[in-house]
Design a protein around this ligand. Structure first.
Ligand SMILES: Nc1ncnc2c1ncn2[C@@H]1O[C@H](COP(=O)(O)OP(=O)(O)O)[C@@H](O)[C@H]1O
Ligand SMILES: [Mg+2]
Length: 266
């Protein structure tokens, strides 16, 4: 029987982007793919009745009810709902990484900038706005300004000394690819990256991170500190831009997920 997926997307997939390419591939593999856009149309949980898998990307807090309802109805989701809740904001991610057995920066939450500055008096820090939009916005290293440059609450992390280059790990199921990109602490955000061969240690770190966080499709930002690799950020279903054969890896994972959804023993 033909497998059925629904893609719940924040915006319409443009040609050449990961979602468009994944849908093309799945279609050629005889998987039916419907696209629904909750930001442009009213989507009810029943609209995905009987689909084998709901894939979601780029949704907002306003769509959480829809996803959690689908999860409660037993609809398989990619990424799984539990994983999405770990990425709700930087505080949730910090807590999830803290509980996972992966190296991540130690950090504390502060409500006011005065508390952040007091914390900075004890050690060099990286401050992150809890509700930051990503791409380096709302992330600031020591030395910090006296006046708050962004709204709190704040996650204050120990500053990990590194070489200024992020190892960006792009994961789809068991598949891990890597791009080197300048840290946004030293250069403004860029979509360009240099592919590099991910060694076994980094690949294992990426897989372990996703396993602990209940995620299947994610980007893991790693810096190499004095004691080795440290996970500083995790993003759900990234754009995989510049990652070779990414669409194939993502589509292959979704196909596997579809098979698993069908397996009553899983
Ligand atoms: N604790 C840290 N110590 C040193 N550098 C960090 C730390 N946290 C983040 N960075 C650097 O800052 C960059 C942006 O931080 P990140 O948490 O990834 O924010 P964003 O959500 O904007 O991507 C990272 O890619 C990394 O280079
Ligand atoms: Mg990041």
């Amino acid at each position: 029987m033909q497998r059925r997926t629904t893609f719940l997307l924040g915006k319409k997939p443009r040609a050449g982007t990961i979602v468009a390419e994944v849908i093309d591939l799945l279609t050629t593999w005889d998987v039916s793919c419907e696209v629904l856009l909750p930001h442009d149309q009213h989507v009810r949980p029943d609209d995905t009745q009987d689909v084998d898998l709901v894939v979601h990307r780029g949704l907002s807090g306003a769509d959480e009810d829809l996803l959690s309802t689908l999860d409660a109805m037993g609809t398989p989701l990619c990424n799984p709902w539990a994983g999405s809740t770990h990425l709700r904001d930087r505080a949730a991610l910090h807590g999830a990484l803290d509980r996972a057995s992966v190296p991540s920066p130690r950090g504390v939450m502060h409500a006011t900038w005065a508390e952040v500055l007091a914390e900075e008096g004890r050690r060099r820090v990286v401050v992150k706005a809890v509700a930051g939009p990503g791409r380096g916005c709302g992330v600031l290293p020591s030395p910090l300004p006296q006046e708050p440059p962004m709204d709190g609450p704040y996650l204050v992390e120990e500053l990990i000394e590194h070489d200024g280059t992020d190892r960006k790990l792009y994961v789809a199921g068991q598949h891990v690819s890597g791009l080197l990109k300048p840290s946004t602490l030293v250069r403004s955000h860029t979509t360009e990256g240099t592919p590099f061969t991910v060694d076994a240690q980094l690949a294992e770190l990426a897989r372990r991170t996703l396993q602990h966080l209940d995620l299947h499709l994610a980007g893991v930002d790693v810096v190499i500190g004095p004691d080795g690799p440290v996970v500083v950020d995790v993003n759900a279903f990234p754009g995989y831009r510049g990652v070779e054969a990414a669409a194939r890896a993502v589509a292959a994972h979704l196909l596997e997920h579809l098979g698993r959804a069908d397996d009553p023993t899983s």
